[in-house]
Each structure stands twice: as C-alpha cells, then as structure tokens.
Design a binder for this molecule. Structure first.
Ligand SMILES: [Zn+2]
Length: 103
C-alpha cells in the first residue's frame, strides 16, 4: 500500500468525493485508510460502565485506498505514487507527476 499515515489524500469516489484530508491511520492489511473528518458515520452507542459516552457519536469510517488518491505537497496535485530505490538501497516513494521524493 502506497499511502501512509500523515499523507494528504483526496477522495475520488463516494459521498466525500473531491474532499481532502490527512490520513490519521493506515490499515495495510485491509487496504484502507482512516482520514480526518472524512467518511463520517454516526454510531448510536449506549454507555458502558462510564467508559464511553452514550448517544449518537460521529466517527470516521475507513476508506478503501482505491477510492482515494495521494495529494502531492510539492506540485499540489493528486498524483500516482511510485516507488524507487536510491543509490544506497533505500526504497522511497515519489510523486509520479513531479518526480519529487515523498519520504
Ligand atoms: Zn508532485
């Protein structure tokens, strides 16, 4: 999975299409990401031994990575992400639009 925590993404499908957000959590096993303030769902929860607040709680549901696109901070465009090896053997991600190394 090419998207990681703290990346900025834009949603390309679903009800939040076109919105941008920062990845709060990446779930490589499920190929999903949780994005701040996007794909909000309402959960009706009951208080369990004062551990959690009762009532309607809004929280972020994971989005599938195929429904989001990486936003490059250098060229400010949604871009595909490539992976290349540096001379010292380290693998880095890069923006396929402007070739800038991401991390
Ligand atoms: Zn770029």
């Amino acid at each position: 999975m090419k998207i990681k925590k703290n990346d900025t993404i834009v949603v390309i499908a679903g009800k939040d299409r076109g919105k941008k957000g920062k990845v709060r959590r990446a779930i490589p096993k499920g190929e999903r990401v949780v994005v701040e303030g996007l794909n909000m769902i309402k959960r009706h929860s009951r208080a369990r031994r004062a551990a959690r607040q009762a009532g309607i709680v809004e929280l972020e549901a994971p989005l599938h990575v195929s429904n989001v696109m990486f936003m490059c901070e250098k060229c400010k465009k949604p871009a595909r992400v490539g992976v290349k090896a540096l001379e010292d053997g380290r693998k880095v991600r890069y923006c396929r639009a402007c070739q800038e190394v991401i991390d």
